[in-house]
Design a protein around this ligand. Structure first.
Ligand code: SF4
Ligand SMILES: [Zn+2]
Length: 370
């Protein structure tokens, strides 16, 4: 009797222990990643699971109009991102749209003659001095008539708080203008009204702005911007580090690469993980190396993520003057990487990166390093 109860309590202890082992941050993160992967396949969007393809220079997406040219070039060329995605913000945005805004439009805004369509694909061509440009992408919910012809497109954004919003942001107006142009072309109907909706993540309140199509804003600001961006891409030129709005730098994923961060890097090309920077999020390192088989893990990242060093080629700092491999701790990432051994004999030798495991004869790219 006694023995049975002991073994029962041992048993339940084992059960609790194994439950607690699975009830963890890592398990949750992995479960979420796996779930997203499966959902993308289920939704017929397996391409979201791999690295993005580099878009043609003439192609623009409505949601990227008027953004910092440099940031966009980094993103389009798949430069490694320096921060994790704000998954919670994305998640809230789609939940807000699907669970609140969509039912609101359906139940309280449309009447017996109007309907809601989740989104409509647009592919709009513009003839410019730079050649033909294309704006491709899908809209947010569109109010349509009984023939499913658009009446009033919307663009929905969520923000922490909407208290201080007194007018729509230019990027969002540009996005809505692109929808209006694209839908007018697609449905052969002059559409000139749209709605920008800001939802608060804090209070779940809304602010709604009626946007009328403004020909001058469209051609002088939006189309001009798109032409300039296409030119940067065609000429393979890194755009200046001057966004239209300074706040963009605060949220930018490429601050170090660009020169607005805390290291000595600036105006770096989109290629390569920046040597000396160990703060890249793990998933971004994996994403980058999977998409760029010729690239290597930098010495600092190999230190930071030792388990990745077992799966990916690693580069290390090497001094050509004294023929030594230098440990990353001995290299100061805030300036030019100098050899500490040569420094002891008062000689200045700049270190370079070379692959230190697997196929050591392969030349290692160290673009992005100074
Ligand atoms: S840090 Fe600022 S200027 Fe540099 S790429 Fe980002 S947004 Fe553009
Ligand atoms: Zn040396």
């Amino acid at each position: 009797m006694e023995r049975a109860s002991v073994s029962r309590s041992e048993e339940s202890e084992t059960t609790v222990r194994s439950l607690l082992e699975r009830f963890s941050q890592t398990q949750f993160r992995e479960w979420r990643q796996e779930r997203r992967y499966r959902q993308n396949i289920k939704n017929g969007q397996p391409y979201f699971n791999g690295p993005s393809t580099v878009p043609e220079p003439e192609r623009h997406s409505p949601s990227q109009l008027l953004q910092c040219h440099r940031k966009l070039v980094y993103r389009q060329e798949n430069a490694p991102e320096e921060q994790s995605d704000p998954d919670g913000i994305f998640w809230f945005g789609s939940r807000f749209e699907e669970d609140l805004l969509f039912p609101f439009l359906e139940e309280a805004v449309t009447d017996s003659t109007t309907y809601i369509q989740n989104s409509i694909w647009i592919d709009h061509t513009i003839q410019t001095d730079t050649g033909k440009l294309r704006i491709k992408g899908s809209t947010d919910p569109v109010i349509v008539d009984s023939e499913a012809v658009p009446v009033l497109p919307t663009e929905v954004k969520t923000k922490d708080s909407i208290d201080h919003i007194s007018e729509p942001n230019a990027h969002h107006r540009a996005q809505l203008h692109a929808y209006l142009r694209g839908l007018s072309e697609k449905f052969d109907k002059e559409l000139s009204d749209g709605v920008l909706v800001y939802g608060s993540r804090e209070s779940l309140d809304l602010k709604v702005f009626h946007v009328s199509f403004d020909e001058d804003f469209w051609s002088d600001v939006v189309v001009k911007w798109a032409e300039t961006h296409t030119e940067y891409r065609i000429n393979n030129k890194l755009p200046p580090d001057k966004p239209e709005y300074d706040w963009e730098c605060r949220f930018c994923n490429y601050r170090e690469r660009c020169g607005k961060g805390n290291t000595a890097y600036s105006h770096s090309s989109p290629q390569g993980l920046l040597p000396g920077i160990a703060s890249y999020p793990r998933e971004k390192v994996v994403e980058y190396l999977d998409a760029h088989p010729d690239e290597t893990l930098t010495p600092s990242l190999a230190e930071q993520y030792p388990e990745l060093a077992e799966s990916y080629p690693v580069s290390s700092w090497y001094c050509g003057s004294c023929n030594s491999e230098i440990h990353p701790d001995e290299v100061d990432p805030s300036g030019e990487p100098l050899c500490p051994k040569c420094a002891q004999v008062e000689q200045l030798s700049v270190l370079f990166l070379r692959q230190s495991n697997r196929n050591p004869s392969r030349k290692v790219q160290s673009e992005g390093s100074k």
